[in-house]
Design a protein around this ligand. Sequence first.
Ligand code: NAP
Length: 351
Amino acid sequence: MSELQRIPVGVLGATGMVGQHFVNFLKNHPIFDLTWVGASDRSAGKLYREATSWRLDGVMPAKTAGLTVQECKPTAAAPKLVFSAMDAGVATEIERAFAEAGHTVVSNSRNHRMEADVPLLVPEVNAEHLGMLATQKANRGWKGQIVTNPNCSTIALTMALGPLKAFGIEKIIVTTMQAISGAGYPGVPSMDITANVVPYIGSEEEKMESETQKILGAYTDGKFTDLAASVSAHCNRVPVVDGHMVAISVQLAAKPTIDEVRAAIESFRGLPQQRNLPSAPAQPVIYMTENDRPQPRRDVNRENGMAVFVGRLRKCPVLDFKMMALGHNTIRGAAGAAVLNAELMLSEGLL
Ligand code: NAP
């Protein structure tokens, strides 16, 4: 697609931590052209470079630096496709206003994730959940639509378990080791996290449990049905910069062999791979055979941060199998996830 044909897109909350990840992720995108940035009225009217303290590695993309920050209002100048990285305290109303006015909102915020007619999408795992958008439009009377991506730790878990869905997932116990970048900026005080582990992340366990059931559940005829599996999550903050590790134990109805489980992981592909979507990793879940991998520092940036790495698959004496998984929390767990969601929607003719 030539520069002229690229689709203009905007970012709501572009000045924040996740917003900056959107700006970075979109800078060389072959289809989406970031032409519009929105933030609070504290930033509106300023150039993006004046309104934003750039906190990512490298320099702020030059083209975005020169954009004037807009108020997050669905004016005629706002692109039809907007990614949302807004503060959760304001996202509900603003995202709804954009959808009402005919915009597609692809959101990373938690606000609409668990609503009964809003897809909570992981493109390789539950692409069929996009079928709900017709119902959403009918229910709400919106000209536009809202699609969400999960919480950063839930993405790593559901990507790792996606290949096992066909075996009938009955029980999941997951313990996370979550990076400090997941808490935004300035995040967890250094006095709390240096050489320490904090065994509490507000609302994270509840989100992981309910979002996992929705994502791994079914969509049929305008209705989501949760996965009928019990999910228990323990969430911990650890002194790692990027990359959430999740230790998973799972019980499977079909009682596959360990070789069958590993083969399912290694052969797992989804629509993003079949359609060669620009942000899709060639292999969404990569199995590592070394005893001591995956590791955040060594593996998290591979595959542009878009794959989930799994290792140490072994028998579990309590449930059936246990394994480790690693996902990049701000890329696959936030901005990259939302951009891949939009690419899938485009390929489905939904934009
Ligand atoms: P953040 O750094 O505090 O950024 C919040 C953004 O929202 C800023 O651009 C801010 O603009 C904007 N905003 C605040 N009030 C607004 C208003 N009244 N109208 C319009 N825009 C407003 O937060 P963050 O860490 O990027 O998180 C953003 C969202 O992503 C949250 O919903 C969070 O739960 C979710 N999330 C975060 C992470 C993570 O790793 N941090 C991961 C997953 C999900 P100003 O700069 O003008 O104030």
